[in-house]
Design a protein around this ligand. Structure first.
Ligand SMILES: [Zn+2]
Length: 128
């Protein structure tokens, strides 16, 4: 016997799979793409034009998509992304205050997690 909760459960399940790459959805995105409409993902380091296939990968996990697109690990991407959104030194000074020294010019490829987040004074050295 079906109850109204079974129907709710199915509806909820359908919503959860809204990002799933079905043949119908891919066909639709291909049709849009062939009409000249582009899919653009806006990431912290710029914009990426997505193919219809990539749209689903992006929707599944934008950070993992970005990491793969750049050829770095997810952890590397997330550390750099956190840093670049507020590029100040992470060190705590001897007085117990955040250094907050401005750090510029650290690209994703040059970023070394655990090192690049510190200014020249504090690089490799954290007061505890
Ligand atoms: Zn510093």
């Amino acid at each position: 016997m079906k109850s109204k909760y079974n129907n709710l459960s199915q509806a909820s399940s359908r919503r959860c799979n809204a990002k799933e790459a079905t043949t119908d959805r891919l066909t639709f995105l291909n049709m849009i793409s062939e009409a000249g409409i582009e899919f653009t993902a806006h990431l912290v380091d710029g914009c990426f034009i997505l193919t219809p296939d990539e749209v689903f990968n992006y929707l599944e996990d934008p950070n993992l998509f970005a990491a793969r697109k750049h050829g770095v690990t997810l952890e590397h991407w997330l550390a750099w992304k956190d840093f670049i959104e507020d590029p100040h030194c992470y060190a705590i000074t001897k007085k117990g205050k955040p250094c907050r020294g401005w750090i510029c010019g650290v690209g994703l490829e040059d970023f070394i997690p655990g090192v690049s987040e510190y200014c020249r004074v504090h690089q490799g050295y954290v007061y505890k």
